[in-house]
Design a protein around this ligand. Structure first.
Ligand SMILES: [Zn+2]
Ligand SMILES: [Zn+2]
Length: 252
């Protein structure tokens, strides 16, 4: 009897595969016809990858190529991260993609985003790297029902079979107002002291390289604050991967 029983999960997966074969693909952003990537040609063209030459440290696009390229900010005041890389400029399709992912019913986008981020994720990490998404405060988490950075991080680990997904190693201990509309200085003040490393996780953090994951980088204030907290708790070098960055210097 067991052999002919259809398990619900298997049935759902099979139905999904069948629908993929039979139904035309729709662009997740504009609902036009799309190929199997989930985006139509127009929206795909609207994604602008961040291309070399880059600052070796903070990943800022540079107007020149040098043997050891660093932007002016990293020469004068190195950030508390070993490397920051972003997939796209925060403009056009990337902005829509992230807003959709964050505020819409966007979780269906996670596999596509994992494919888009895989190359940089592999370059920045290693099998033993702790992959830590920037946490939401629990009030925002309950309102949104998911942390988009954590979903992306989890899928990146699974898709690349690299890294150790460790969302419990950093918590947001106080709710901060949204960083949108704040100046660089206000952002830094707003986020100061917002993160904590729970004491029981510290032995697992000791000396390990960390790759932090977030959706958008604006001034870098959030990543810098989180990286300082992790390093102070004893982590190894901290790097970060974001989906998109506002292309101006990231030094807070
Ligand atoms: Zn489209
Ligand atoms: Zn730099």
């Amino acid at each position: 009897m067991d052999r002919i029983r259809i398990r619900p999960a298997a049935f759902t997966a099979a139905a999904g595969r069948l629908a993929t074969l039979l139904l035309p693909h729709q662009c997740v952003l504009c609902r036009q016809f799309a190929d199997t990537t989930g985006l139509c040609a127009t929206c795909w063209d609207g994604l602008t990858p961040i291309a070399a030459p880059l600052c070796a440290r903070c990943g800022l696009p540079l107007g020149h190529t040098l043997a050891d390229p660093l932007c002016a900010g990293c020469w004068t005041k190195p950030p508390p991260l070993a490397a920051i890389r972003a997939c796209f400029h925060y403009a056009d399709s990337a902005r829509e993609l992230i807003l959709h992912y964050k505020h819409g019913d966007g979780l269906q986008l996670t596999p596509l985003l994992a494919r888009l981020g895989a190359r940089l994720f592999i370059e920045l990490g290693s099998p033993e790297t702790l992959v830590i998404p920037v946490p939401l405060h629990r009030r925002r988490y309950f309102r949104r029902r998911y942390n988009q950075a954590a979903e992306w991080a989890r899928h990146l680990c699974r898709y690349t079979a690299q890294g150790v997904f460790a969302p419990d190693m950093l918590t947001r201990r106080r709710a901060t107002r949204s960083q949108g509309g704040l100046s660089r200085h206000q952002r830094k003040r707003n986020i100061a002291g917002a993160f904590a490393v729970p004491p029981p996780t510290i032995p697992r953090l000791e000396g390990r390289p960390v790759l932090m994951i977030d959706d958008v980088l604006t001034t870098g204030a959030t990543l810098h604050e989180a990286a300082r907290r992790l390093t102070a708790a004893g982590s190894g070098p901290v790097s970060a991967l974001v989906l998109a960055r506002v292309t101006r210097p990231s030094h807070a």
